[in-house]
Design a protein around this ligand. Structure first.
Ligand SMILES: Cc1ncc(COP(=O)(O)O)c(C=O)c1O
Length: 504
């Protein structure tokens, strides 16, 4: 079986459509982890993922009669684009059934290759069912995304290139897993030629269908599949891939959303490529492998398997990155509601990069602060910050691993105070750099109690802060004179309807 698969890989027709992608060294990661880390750049394919290889090879094996009738697939992602491109190059009609929720950017990309898009159903299953109906009705040939030996063989050419391009020793290759097509092709080729190289599958924790199958000794259907990494959101490992990989892979590693986001950033920093979350999956697994095994001085290869991400996803990815790296601690701290206590608290934190600061006057005794602080990875530094705050007498709740806090509460902090008081609200902008927030606080007037404070580090050149202060009537003009003097850019927001409706 192994030899037959390798023969198919060697004979696969992919280069009329796909290009031989380079392997990029990752110098920053390599230094950081004391291993030589290499990234196979499948994001550089014309459809920005490896999927063109399998789709083109499968189509190249069809008979003239099959091609004349046209091809079809159900897919919301990279397979759709791969197939659409392959069909265009061969002059074959392609129909792609996509769930109605598919982002417009992907629909447009598929249409751009000349394929017909049918939007059907709210989820993948309904689209897939409809595709099967159209097969019966029109005699199209269904092109599967992973469960097919010719698709597997096409994907296997990624490994063929890696072994040719890097002739020196390789200790392990890390491969992302959705339905297992890429892993099966690559594992077969690597184990046939260089059995000493470890082959490690990497899955998202939310769709770890290979791990489940390996454990059960047979393919299982996952009850729930998370779609954050939609490229690999598959409930059951493919039949053909599982037959091939079950005895070939050395290990299957799973990673979480935050770890994938952190890997997106790592790839960006080393290559300036922006990958999709599935595209960075294998690097996240590689990093975990180093952490778990203590590997040093090894040559480790991963695959940037795709870069079809929506631009507006990047904000979310960036936000989760610091957490994935364990570089941000999210803490809820209670401080006494007295003038000056806010600044005292900031001094206790020390000269650390603050990523977020959320505070709203609640009652006369205590205030709850939601704070994000940059820490060194590994957890020890986070613990040190917490200890330091506790020693200074502050009750601290560590929310770093709290999904509710990370997804929702951080955006909801605030609300209306229980009793009415005179409050003026100002929005500020100041040049961002470490210590800038503390500097800003030091310049705030000491006489007025801070009743609202919201700061988020946006990774931009400017820090933005919203401050509410309890200002007695007679002092109002002084406040602004003072602000003019200290020279921070500010806007008065006390009459802004958003403030009046939700916070006043
Ligand atoms: C970017 C990306 N990476 C990895 C995969 C997983 O490939 P496979 O389904 O062959 O396991 C996919 C599948 O679509 C993908 O789009």
């Amino acid at each position: 079986m192994l030899e037959a698969t390798v023969k198919k890989i060697l004979q696969a027709r992919v280069y009329e459509a796909a290009r031989e992608t380079p392997i990029s060294p990752a110098p920053i990661l390599s230094r950081r982890f004391s291993n030589q880390i290499l990234i196979k750049r499948e994001d550089l394919q014309p459809v920005h993922s490896f999927k063109i290889r399998g789709a083109y090879n499968k189509m190249a094996q069809l008979s003239e009669a099959q091609r004349a009738k046209g091809v079809i697939a159900a897919s919301a992602g990279n397979h759709a684009q791969g197939l659409a491109m392959a069909a265009k190059l061969m002059g074959v009609k392609a129909v792609i059934v996509m769930p109605r929720i598919t982002p417009e950017i992907k629909v447009a990309a598929v249409r751009g290759w000349g394929a017909k898009v049918v939007l059907k159903g709210d989820a993948f299953d309904a689209a897939s069912e409809h595709a099967q109906e159209l097969v019966k009705e029109h005699g199209y040939t269904y092109i599967p995304p992973f469960d097919d030996i010719d698709v597997v063989a096409g994907q296997g050419t990624v490994a063929m290139e890696i072994l040719r391009q890097h002739s020196g020793p390789i200790d392990a290759v890390f491969i992302p897993v959705g339905g297992g097509g890429l892993l099966a092709g690559m594992a077969a080729y690597i184990k046939y030629l260089r059995p000493e190289i470890k082959v490690i599958g990497v899955e998202s924790e939310d769709s770890a269908c290979l791990k489940a199958a390996m454990k059960a000794g047979k393919r299982v259907v996952l009850e729930h599949v998370g779609v954050f990494a939609e490229g690999v959101a598959v409930a059951q490992i493919g039949k053909v891939p599982f037959q091939i990989v079950r005895d070939l892979v050395d290990d299957v590693i799973t990673v979480n959303t935050d770890e994938m986001c952190a890997a997106v950033k790592d790839i960006f920093e080393d290559t300036r490529a922006v990958s999709e979350t599935s595209g960075a999956l294998s690097l996240a697994g590689l990093k975990k492998y180093i952490q778990q095994t203590g590997a040093e001085g090894q040559t480790l290869v991963c695959v940037n398997s795709g870069a079809n991400t929506n631009f507006d996803r990047l904000q979310h990815i960036a936000e989760r990155t610091e957490l994935g790296e364990q570089r941000e601690a999210i803490l809820a701290v209670t401080i006494p509601e007295v003038p000056g206590s806010f600044k005292k608290f900031c001094r206790t934190i020390g000269k650390r990069m603050v990523t977020e600061f959320n505070y709203r006057y609640a009652d006369e005794e205590n205030a709850h602060i939601f704070v994000g602080v940059q820490v060194k990875p590994g957890g020890e530094d986070r613990q040190a910050v917490i200890e330091r705050l506790r020693e200074a007498g502050y009750p601290v709740e560590d929310l770093t691993d709290n999904e509710l806090a990370k997804l929702h509460i951080r955006h909801l902090g605030g609300g209306r105070p229980k009793s009415r008081f005179d409050e003026e609200v100002y929005r500020f902008e100041f040049p961002e750099r470490p210590g800038a927030l503390m500097n800003f606080l030091t310049h705030l007037p000491q006489d007025w109690n801070i009743s609202l404070f919201h700061y988020r580090n946006h990774g931009a050149a400017f820090g933005r802060v919203l401050v509410g202060m309890q200002v007695p009537n007679g002092d109002r003009t002084h406040v602004e004179e003072y602000f003019d003097k200290i020279g921070y850019h500010y806007w008065k927001e006390s009459n802004n309807p958003a403030y009046k409706l939700f916070m006043a």
